[in-house]
Design a protein around this ligand. Structure first.
Ligand code: FAD
Length: 429
């Protein structure tokens, strides 16, 4: 293992790496680990070591629903077994304007679970722990990326120390690395994307998310709840403790600010009544986090030769279907499959397959961005005709075994839509 806090620039100010991953969140850390396990020399750049603190109720406020396809990837990377993630086997979806609901059950598709709810902080920490123990990875948190210079043989990365001004001098400073393939996994405000001037389609969701953790009078019994309210969906996801659930409540910014400022008992009451007391009464609520929700799609996932965008750097989805990180893990799976097809000593950046990789990933992302936008708009309307159609559709899906099973398989990342965007999925689940 080679671990630095500052990038090693070599005796001549330049050093050649196979792959640089910029951003060590869920997606970038998984990509770095997977590539190193395949034997590539990987440089992982992040602006800081990840850190997290549990809230008052002992859980991270940020949670992700992890699909079986994502779990299989994390398991191969050796980071899943120790997770205290909770399996969920039921999901109930209903709306405040409707009379029907859909109940998804793992047994419908002959599985024990629909997925798992993992706390972000511990999952990222587990990935970094594995990264630190893995040969072939250089971790750099001391330098900041200020320039990218794509070339025919490699991409030059220009770095400055954190806190230093990014001036024109940075372009001639010795802090320069040469990398065969650069993977931008640096999140929604990706520096890689911005340095290359990649345009984005940004969609205003009109929502902020209020995230917190609650303790309820009834146990969740491994059920995830999603109720579509006129001003946005409210999700209750099962936590490690049988009577704790994490909350993601998407709503207009003013409502989110108002609710975030409520006293604990008043917020407990609002969450309980907005969720129709599906978990009984809400007895305790943790600290609240409010942040804007955007949807975004980058114009290209391979904007210049030897540079890829993955995870939230390429697309950001509304969290209503809990798919953002899962789509990012799909990017990683597909990336690793492409790299796996190369021979030792091959130049990973020269792979002719990156253009079609990027096209596949963008088509998949476009589809999911459009579906999320459509769902959100459909449930935001109180037009009586649309309400009637929604009820009809919900009732029909709930009673139609075949369609329901297909929806479940897609949500698990195991359906034809998920597969068509991948070259291959190793474990057929
Ligand atoms: C409320 C909410 C609920 C969600 N629930 C789910 C869910 O249930 N299931 C699901 O699949 N997804 C969910 N998501 C989406 C999911 O959280 C994201 O899609 C996922 O975390 C994106 O991971 P990432 O690694 O691409 O980006 P990030 O997690 O944003 O990581 C980016 C990394 O890049 C680093 N970085 C940033 N800038 C730089 C720079 N200039 N140089 C170097 N490093 C940099 C950051 O420090 C960070 O480590 C949810 C999102 C929200 C907002």
């Amino acid at each position: 293992m080679v671990e630095n806090t500052s990038a090693d620039h070599g005796a001549h100010g330049e050093n050649l790496h196979d792959i640089a991953i910029v951003g060590g969140g869920l997606v970038g850390a998984a990509a770095a680990l997977g590539a190193a396990l395949q034997g590539w020399r990987v440089l992982l750049l992040d602006r800081a070591e990840p850190a997290w603190e549990p809230g008052r109720l002992g859980m991270d406020i940020r949670n992700v629903a992890v699909s079986p396809a994502s779990m299989a990837l994390l398991d191969e990377l050796g980071v899943w077994r120790d997770q205290q993630a909770i399996a969920y086997s039921h999901m109930r979806v209903w709306e405040d304007q409707g009379t029907r609901r859909i109940d998804f059950d793992a047994a419908d598709v002959q599985r024990h679970e629909l997925g798992w709810i993992a706390e972000n902080g511990p999952l990222v920490a587990a990935l970094w722990q594995r990264l630190r123990a893995q040969d072939g990875i250089t971790i750099c948190t001391a330098d900041r990326l200020v320039g990218l210079e794509p070339g025919t043989e490699a991409v030059k990365l220009h770095l400055t120390k954190h806190g230093e001004q990014a001036s024109a001098d940075a372009m001639t400073a010795p802090a320069r690395l040469r990398v065969r393939l650069v993977v931008g996994a640096d999140g929604a405000r990706s520096a890689v994307r911005q340095l290359l001037d990649v345009s984005v389609e940004a969609f205003d969701t009109g929502h902020h998310a209020l995230a917190t953790v609650i303790r309820t009078s009834k146990p969740h019994d491994g059920t995830a709840f999603q109720r579509f309210l006129l001003d946005g969906p409210l999700a209750l996801l099962p936590g490690r403790h049988p009577r704790q659930s994490s909350v993601v409540w998407s709503q207009p910014p003013a409502s989110a600010e108002r609710r975030a400022a409520l006293s604990d008992p008043a917020l407990c009451q609002e969450i309980a009544s907005a969720s129709e007391h599906c978990l009984g009464s809400v007895e305790e609520v943790d600290q609240r986090v409010v942040f804007p929700l955007q949807q975004m799609l980058a114009a290209s996932f391979n904007p210049v030769p030897r540079v890829l965008l993955i995870g939230d750097a390429g697309r950001v989805l509304h969290p209503l279907a809990g798919l953002g990180a899962n789509l990012g893990f799909e990017d990683v799976r597909d990336l690793l499959n492409e790299l796996d097809g190369l021979l030792p000593g091959d130049d990973p950046g020269a792979a002719g397959a990156w253009a079609s990789y990027a096209r596949r990933r963008r088509i998949r992302s476009r589809l999911m961005v459009d579906i999320m936008g459509g769902l959100r708009r459909a449930y935001a309307s109180n037009d009586p005709l649309l309400q009637w159609l929604r009820n009809l559709g919900v009732g029909w899906v709930d009673s139609s075994g075949l369609l329901k099973r297909q929806i479940i398989r897609e949500a698990l990342g195991l359906g034809p839509l998920a597969r068509v965007s991948r070259r291959s999925l190793k474990p057929e689940l």
